[in-house]
Design a protein around this ligand. Sequence first.
Ligand SMILES: [Zn+2]
Length: 301
Amino acid sequence: MNPLIGIDLGGTKIEVAVLNHHGQVLYRHRQPTPVGDYRATVRCVADMVSLCIQEQQMAQPQAIGMAIPGCLDPTSQKVRGANSVVLNGKPLQADLQDLLQCTVHMENDANCLAVSEAVDGAAQGLSVVFAVILGTGCGGGWAFNGQAWRGQHGLAGEWGHNPLPWLGGQDHPARECWCGQTACLETWLCGPGLVADHEAHSGQSSSPPEIVAAMRAGQLQALSTWRRYVDRLARALAQIINTMDPDAVVLGGGLSQIPEIYTQVTPLLERHTFSRPIRTPIRPAMHGDASGVRGAAWLAR
Ligand SMILES: [Zn+2]
């Protein structure tokens, strides 16, 4: 069987990987994403795929998979909702299929994370998997039986643009989100959201690693910031459990690497779930930042 080619198109880097059908990585290559230039981005992706086919001495693939920020609008088939705004409104799938002469299966990057972890990662073999990216943004994605689920409008993973539930006295000031709404989960749970909340309550401008280091050192304001963060994450995930009751939740992105999340969020879930006990495993992505490109490759199966 021909190996599988996956592409992860991110705001700062493009990654191409080749997997065999056992999930072993045969080839991996990264390049910076051309800044603010759609044509150059398309050309860069096509060149990287061609180079990988050549170097791996592969037959021309019939299909490849691709993770993108945002999604394809089901009506126009153009990119929508990408924080790499140069992609929005562009027929990325059609343009790449023309250049590469093969089918390009395209999915939101959080959906690819869910697929990757459901197929052979932290949620291997589980039927209903919710994946969250806690990074510079906050995305959600679903995999059902190892397949990405996007919903009829491509909206199934847009968890990050629901408002924070079960508001308490410390949940202010609410911030406006780039999407046009106010108090979206993304504004609280992404890295810049953590930084902004810490600054609003302490007056100190610190990076997420600095806040975590200060929390571990017992610094009171950092401890308070961290308690608010895990409490908000628990509330946001309890709402997902009340809605879909997934078999597992997998976390990716930079903040997902903070081990305290996994010991502290789980005990907080039951305050807001409709029944208890809650056994939903919350796990870090096994494949780390390779989950996007791996999930993309599995789309090509
Ligand atoms: Zn929003």
